[in-house]
Design a protein. Sequence first.
Length: 234
Amino acid sequence: MMLRNSIDGMDNIFHNDIHKNATIIVFGPPGSLKSGMVFSIMSKYLKSSGEFGMYLTIEENTISHLRNMDSLGITVPENLLISDYSDIRSRFEKNDTADHPDFLEMVDGVIKFFKDKEGDNFTTFGLDSLGGLYSLMDTSDLRVKMFHFFKKLREYNLTSFIIMETPRFSNIIEGQGAEMFLADGIIEMGPIEHQHDIHMYMQVIKMRSCHHSRKKHLIDIGENGISILSPVVN
């Protein structure tokens, strides 16, 4: 059970679990714990399952990312590979002297490499973030490219978490919006005023083949990492 058993309190949101190879977008403004939530879900799931996962951080290097996760009390299991932009580039620079392919093709190539290496044990993938990916690729025919990218993630039989950033004071989502229609699930995260203070919340907007709460749930950060609290009361 991937989501329900990953983070304390998550079973209050999900009444049954997501299907394998689902592609889920986690979006929200800067500082809304998107990376922490995705990394925590993946870390705890992989630690309990023994499967293999890959977390690709494009806008932050691996050392910086790990420092941030450590500050949230999130530990990293040995079976979770963390890769960044430099890792992706270096793999192609070592193996190919010709013109480099589009960065999206590079990402697909690295995923395929580890899928071939790990086989069915490679089950979980995280991308941080979609905006970072767009800044490094040719965005012409973007909807078609993302359709095929999401399709390949499903064909690799990966449960994938795609982080997407939005401006803090806007409902406009980074990119052209096609991602929301293509994804199997959408999780929103953001700040909310609660009892005269600012807290973070998580809300499931869409999750195919899954019975879930649609309420906003408060998030807490303690010694054991992130946990889900009670629904927000208006």
